[in-house]
Design a protein around this ligand. Structure first.
Ligand SMILES: Cc1cc2nc3c(=O)[nH]c(=O)nc-3n(C[C@H](O)[C@H](O)[C@H](O)COP(=O)(O)O)c2cc1C
Length: 209
């Protein structure tokens, strides 16, 4: 098994996945890693829905694609490459995003990350209690040789998506992790330099070590 820092550096968005089934014990290990994460007050209001049913996934994929067609696709077409990327890499990212959009429902397993929000609408604070679990699961999947991507685009049509997933009123979805064996290779993530985003003592003073 790769060392932790290797896993962290190579857990990139794996959007091209094989439709082959995944053993249930691996899915269980990923879920257990998720529930090791912190949550506010250790309240653990996260809930996870494991979805394999093709019709359920397809219903959500239609919304996911609609959001791509109406918002995400046009945005990618005009945006500049982010830090640590370049036009060629960004074009490859765009192609992979488009690929996942078309094939979202073909990932053999989805983990839909939800939270029991009671009668309160989802807030930023509520999200802070579920995304650590999401990252734990992405790292665990990577360690097990499985690819995934943190996706939230379905939330552009949150009500419709939650209804398609059959969630009760008090439960909201915060992310969908499509999981499968990757078609491509894991590789280093591309990010900007530390000095550009870390300051020392005073805002704007570059951090040096
Ligand atoms: C809050 C959030 C939402 C995201 N939603 C989506 C999504 O809906 N679809 C998608 O393909 N990628 C999604 N991503 C993945 C990012 O695009 C990805 O992490 C980023 O491009 C870096 O990719 P890399 O780790 O391969 O370099 C999301 C990431 C975050 C943090």
């Amino acid at each position: 098994m790769p060392e932790l820092f290797d896993i962290i550096r190579t857990t990139r968005a794996m959007r091209r996945l094989k439709p082959d089934p995944i053993p249930d014990d691996l899915v269980r290990q990923i879920l257990e890693a998720g529930t090791c994460a912190p949550s506010g007050g250790n309240a653990q209001k996260w809930r996870f829905l494991v979805v394999k049913n093709p019709e359920t996934k397809q219903a959500v994929q239609r919304l996911y694609k609609r959001a791509y067609d109406e918002v995400i696709g046009p945005r990618y077409a005009t945006a500049s490459p982010p830090p640590g990327s370049d036009p060629a890499k960004y074009a490859r990212q765009h192609a992979a995003v488009e690929y996942l959009t078309e094939h979202f429902h073909e990932a053999p397993v989805w983990i839909v990350v939800c939270q029991d929000d009671g009668t309160t609408p989802p807030t930023r604070g509520a999200g802070a209690s579920v995304y650590p679990a999401v990252q734990n699961m992405l790292l665990a999947a990577r360690a097990l040789g499985l690819g995934s991507t943190l996706t939230t685009r379905h939330m552009m049509f949150a009500k419709e998506a939650d209804a398609a997933l059959g969630l009760p009123e008090n439960i909201h979805s915060y992310a969908i992790l499509p999981i499968g064996y990757p078609i491509g290779n894991f590789g280093p993530v591309g990010r900007g330099r530390l000095e550009e985003v870390v300051f020392s003592e005073k805002w704007g003073v570059p951090y040096t070590s």
